[in-house]
Design a protein around this ligand. Structure first.
Ligand code: TYD
Ligand code: MG
Length: 460
């Protein structure tokens, strides 16, 4: 008789124990353990049957290099994030907040693929077939090659994948499907892990591409299972401000392409539209805002530079401890910049609240934004408007030095393309090539950057 075992699994990170624990020793979350019952022998059997000898050991010299075949989604922003399309036989996870547009982009992708003569099986585990049809009408997606299958049972899903042999399978969402081989409920870590494993087996053995959708939890983890990230070939994060229309697709893991590549979309009444020139979108409101405390930085997202506006607001605090609030940049980074400003140029903000905001709902994670943030804070404190025609890049070191950044030419090029007349960059960066129509101002230290930046304002 099969051995039925009970275990407690942390729903946050997937850590397993034999007994209940209040706090997870792995990820530190409280009250996250749930009892799950599994029939291990059956799982082992099913897995070994699926994966049996697909890839026997081979000599390296004898391995034939198959051509990597990619399915182009015909949505160039999506293709770029994927590294040139969905690789045949791969498993891709699209993760994002509920309501961000995951189902929309994949239905649009299905439509585009079918136009190119491919077939798609869309597993709709959360919505009925007519709900999907309604969305398809809205998006103008019409095709006889899209099969909508409202199903949550993995065994039935597998049966239809084998029968239909589609070019692409979309599972919307992984949290809603379950395998009957595990007794825990759909959405639990064990179910998600097992379903994902099983889908990976099908993708590899039947050479079918599968895209699974995963919802993100409040904490920002890919629901429950961070574990999913390790199993799939690529993880694409769909982010953005739900209250604004733009959406950002970001690749955070990709076995077949670049990571941290981004694609930008705008959500409209008829679905998602690609934004071909995102810097223009982010700067749309900039030329009208001539308030102190606003600067433009050139950030490098994946292989593409982006111009974004940074705003800072500094004011006397009514609280005993001043507040430091950062949106779109790391608060720790802002604290470090404030410490450098205080120590190196004597700007004391210990009685001031400081707010820093990146306009457009995009997250800027690279240190090259430091100098732009610092200058936004300084111009707000000094109540001067920073030159609207100047863009800024540079990392700030703890001794107040401006450190080199990567891809400097690409950044200068982007600023020039958008009509900026000047760019402040680190002295340490060597610039290859000639740039006409844009003045390159090289700075070594934070104070120099401020005086040169402010001089640019006064010269105007
Ligand atoms: P959806 O793709 O259902 O999100 P997810 O699958 O990530 O949960 O998108 C839902 C939101 O998008 C919803 O608020 C309505 C909006 N939307 C549009 O604005 N335009 C459209 O054409 C579509 C289909 C949806
Ligand atoms: Mg959805």
């Amino acid at each position: 008789m099969a051995k039925v075992k009970s275990k407690y699994v942390c729903q946050n990170c997937g850590y397993e124990t034999a007994g209940y624990l209040g706090k997870c020793p792995e990820c530190g979350s409280w009250g996250s353990f749930v009892e799950e019952i599994s029939d291990n022998s059956q799982i082992q059997n099913s897995l070994s049957n699926e994966l049996k000898d697909i890839y026997p050991p081979q000599k390296l010299s004898e391995i034939e290099m198959g051509k990597e075949i990619r399915l182009s989604t015909n949505i160039s922003e999506f293709d770029r994030v994927l590294g040139g399309g969905i690789v045949e036989g791969s498993l891709v996870l699209i993760a994002g907040d509920p309501g961000i547009g995951k189902s929309t982009i994949l239905l649009q992708t299905s439509g585009e693929l079918c136009k190119a003569g491919k077939s798609v099986l869309y597993i709709s585990a959360e919505e009925s077939a007519s709900q999907v049809k309604l969305r398809a009408e809205r998006l103008g997606v019409k095709s006889d090659n899209i099969y909508i299958y409202p199903q949550t049972n993995l065994e039935l899903i597998k049966k239809h994948i084998s029968e239909l042999k589609p070019d692409l399978v979309i599972v919307d969402s992984i949290q809603a499907i379950y395998t009957s081989q595990i007794q825990s409920s759909a959405g639990s870590v064990s179910q998600i892990r097992e379903c994902c494993n099983s889908l990976m087996g099908i993708a590899k053995s039947q050479n079918v591409s599968i895209v699974v959708i995963g919802h993100v939890t409040k904490e920002g983890n890919i629901a429950g299972p961070k574990v999913l990230e390790h199993m799939v070939d690529a993880v694409i994060q769909f982010e953005g401000d739900k209250y604004k229309s733009y959406r950002i697709l970001r690749s955070i893991k990709n076995r077949f392409g670049n990571t941290s590549e981004v694609g930008i979309f705008e959500m409209g009444a008829n679905g998602l539209r690609e934004v071909i020139n995102p810097s223009e979108l982010f700067l749309k409101e900039y030329n009208q805002t001539q308030t102190p405390g606003s600067t433009i930085i050139v950030t490098n997202e994946g292989t593409r530079p982006l111009l974004v506006e940074i705003q800072a607001l500094v004011g006397t605090t009514p609280y005993p401890a001043p507040r430091r609030i950062a949106n779109g940049v790391d608060t720790g980074r802002v604290l470090q910049i404030l410490a450098v400003l205080e120590k190196r140029i004597g700007l004391n903000l210990s009685k001031q609240d400081v707010y820093v905001n990146v306009i457009g709902g995009i997250d800027v994670n690279e240190p090259a934004a430091d100098l732009g943030i610092a200058l936004a804070i300084v111009t707000c404190v000094r109540d001067v408007v920073f030159d609207l025609q100047t863009a800024i890049v540079g990392e700030i070191g703890l001794s107040g030095e401006i450190r080199a950044v990567n891809h400097i030419e690409k950044r200068i090029n982007e600023a020039q393309k958008l009509g900026f007349k000047r760019i402040i960059i680190p002295e340490a960066n060597e610039v290859q090539g000639n740039f006409e129509g844009i003045e390159i101002v090289k700075v070594k230290r934070i104070l120099e950057a401020i005086t040169r930046g402010v001089k640019a304002v006064c010269d105007k």
